[in-house]
Write a protein that binds this ligand. Structure first.
Ligand SMILES: O=C(O)c1ccc(O)c(O)c1
Ligand SMILES: [Mg+2]
Length: 629
């Protein structure tokens, strides 16, 4: 199967789009009519450019409102088609996409449509060209690929075939198993798009929110597997209409497109045969986080995690790096080295979370998968863990993900650190795990990071939510695996005044903004926090009044929550969620302590406006100088 992409999927001029497509590793492209019409390139120029770039021109599209017409309108439709045939021959493609008509006046009679396509197919064949018929999900009469297949069968010409588009079929909930009945020889092209699950008019959904496979919620893997099963071996071609992609960097979007096709093809193969070509996604677990604390306020982080209940258990044998652990041994590394990756990271971003350690089944295989997906391995020479053959790859904002397996984590800690105060339960209430890690990502990078995480690890996107900040709306998406051993949230701000966008400006790009730690007894934990001088984020009285009315909580519980500044949420099945937030360090990074009961699986989205407003009131959304933007 050839990997292709439609020019409509990217921003830029036609030349820029084609260059980005070739650069990303595609070998074929579809030319979208509007991109050509608005271009300075002639059809012959496009042919030469694509030839020079090593791109096959597999399709010209779309040809609209062709079928079901009569009289003069029908004659004009055919003469429009002849004009497109001329153009296609100059441009060097043999396939025209005809999308199903949306015209009110078009007749939906099967026999008439068959006659139209037979005549068009005969005319195309005389020039060595082919016609592909695509059912738009909102087509007037034809809006299902099974109708197209029936028409193509009755036309019965080698020059007329089916064009499938995963969006049009899957958005209408037509099952991938409907492909089982198709003759693969009759499928001229398969266009691929995913989309977030949302309740929306089909046309608006398609024109603005399509996304790449693995960025959305449609069953695209099953779709590709069904195609493989029937023996389709023609091109898979991304056709993504998305406002953010048009605004994004064409090089990045094209590279994402390639990554997504490589990943979805491999997933489909694995679904079908139990085996892929890439190493499989590993179940991942967050094992440590590392902060760069090189700036002059190096105690900010240690003071904070000490107040949370972490203790410094060891120091690096050679370098200025400290190991801190919770009473249960959960590690946080504070890296004060200036001559190191952490040092450089801190120079750019300030005190920050610069690396995470993720446990996988096989670290070498996980690294191979990352590289096959076009991710960047970190420069080995700058990586002190390289001597243990711990691979690292570049993640959000240039931070690192160390890939760990088996006993390597313990070995690392034992060999690298002088442990002078080993972990022992101190009788205090416990932090039992890293609950989740929240990042702020540039709005136009949002979907790139969704794809990054979902293609690399066993993470699934949860439903996207809008968070209301006093300064605007923040789009938020959680990614998590089944065992909840790795949970992440991505937050992308639209406007410039939200906490997220202020972070992004001050941080100089995307990065991790807060870490949530899980406890199994939040009330006692909150008392311990207070005793240790934890700088808690204060929550106002109105919130607790409302909470009581909403959930019918007892006076005693409300008092308990409000005295401790604990936020509360409860899901439909009675699962509960408790959250406490810290003040932000240097107005940037903050901590959250959570407790989950009864299988609560969310992130307290209902509380976010209250939390963001409290942060604003605490002065944490400071104006950032325009010079930094
Ligand atoms: O939105 C459209 O009009 C449109 C055009 C051509 C296509 O291939 C398609 O899937 C949608
Ligand atoms: Mg299409």
């Amino acid at each position: 199967m050839l990997d292709a992409i439609a020019t409509v999927s990217l921003g830029g001029t036609l030349r820029e789009k084609l260059e980005a497509i070739a650069e990303a590793g595609f070998t074929a492209a579809e030319v979208f009519e509007n991109d050509f019409v608005s271009s300075e390139l002639s059809a012959a120029d496009v042919r030469m450019l694509m030839n020079d770039l090593g791109l096959r021109n597999i399709l010209y599209q779309p040809f609209r409102n062709f079928e079901g017409l009569t009289g003069d309108a029908r004659r004009r439709a055919f003469s429009r088609a002849e004009h497109k045939f001329d153009l296609m021959q100059e441009m060097g493609t043999d396939l025209l996409l005809v999308c199903s008509t949306t015209l009110k006046e078009a007749d939906g009679d099967h026999g008439r449509i068959v006659d139209d396509f037979r005549e068009l197919g005969e005319r195309a064949a005389r020039r060595g060209l082919r016609i592909g018929y695509e059912a738009l999900a909102w087509g007037r009469h034809i809006n299902d690929h099974r109708q197209v297949a029936a028409i193509v069968t009755d036309v019965d010409l080698p020059s007329v075939g089916i064009i499938l588009d995963s969006f049009h079929s899957l958005a209408r909930k037509i099952s991938p198993s409907s492909l089982n009945d198709l003759d693969p020889e009759k499928i001229f092209l398969v266009q691929m798009a995913d989309a977030p699950l949302m309740n929306m008019d089909l046309l608006q959904w398609s024109r603005h929110f399509r996304c790449m496979p693995l960025q959305g919620g449609l069953p695209v893997t099953e779709w590709v597997a069904a195609l493989m099963q029937i023996g389709y071996d023609g091109p898979l071609s991304l056709e993504i209409f998305n406002d953010r992609f048009r605004a994004g960097l064409s090089g990045t979007i094209a590279a994402d497109g390639h990554r997504s096709l490589v990943a979805v093809r491999d997933d489909a193969r694995r679904l079908l045969t139990g085996e892929g070509v890439l190493p499989p996604r590993s179940e991942a677990a967050l094992r440590f986080v590392e902060f760069s604390t090189t700036s002059f306020r190096r105690n900010d982080f240690s003071d904070m995690i000490e107040a949370i209940g972490f203790r410094k258990t060891g120091s690096h044998k050679k370098r200025d790096i400290d190991l801190w652990q919770s009473s249960e041994g959960l590690p946080i590394i504070l890296n004060h080295e200036t001559e190191s990756f952490a040092g450089s990271y801190g120079l750019v971003h300030g005190n920050s979370l610069c690396a995470i350690g993720v446990q996988v089944a096989d670290r070498k295989a996980a690294a191979d998968r990352a590289v096959s997906l076009g991710m960047k391995p970190a420069d080995e020479s700058s990586d002190s863990l390289a001597q243990y053959s711990v691979p690292a790859i570049r993640g959000i904002g240039g931070s690192l993900i160390y890939l760990l397996d088996d006993g390597i984590m313990r070995e690392l800690l034992e060999k690298e650190f002088e442990i002078n105060d080993p972990v022992k339960g101190d009788g205090r209430k416990k932090i039992i795990s890293f609950d989740h890690l929240a990042s702020v990502v540039r709005y136009d990078e949002f979907l790139s990071w969704v794809l990054y995480w979902t293609s690399l690890f066993d993470l699934r996107p949860c439903e996207e939510v809008d968070l209301i900040d006093p300064g605007g709306v923040v789009q938020s998406q959680a990614l998590e695996n089944r065992r909840a051993s790795l949970r992440l949230t991505l937050n992308g701000a639209l406007g410039g005044r939200t906490l997220a966008s202020r972070f992004e400006k001050k941080f100089m790009g995307s990065g991790y903004q807060h870490l949530a730690l899980e406890t199994d007894d939040i009330f006692s934990f909150a008392d311990d926090l207070r005793e240790r001088g934890f700088p808690v984020l204060r929550i106002g009285k109105n919130y607790y009044d409302d909470l009581q009315a909403r959930f019918d909580l007892s006076d005693a519980l409300i008092t308990s929550l409000s005295e401790r500044n604990i936020l509360y949420d409860c899901d439909e099945t009675g699962g509960e969620f408790y959250q406490i937030f810290s003040r932000a360090i240097d107005k940037m990074f903050f901590f959250e302590i959570v407790q989950r009961t009864g299988g609560y699986g969310g992130y307290g989205a209902a509380n976010t406006q209250v939390r963001l407003t409290a942060q604003r009131l605490a002065g944490e959304t400071e104006e950032v100088s325009r010079l930094l933007t």
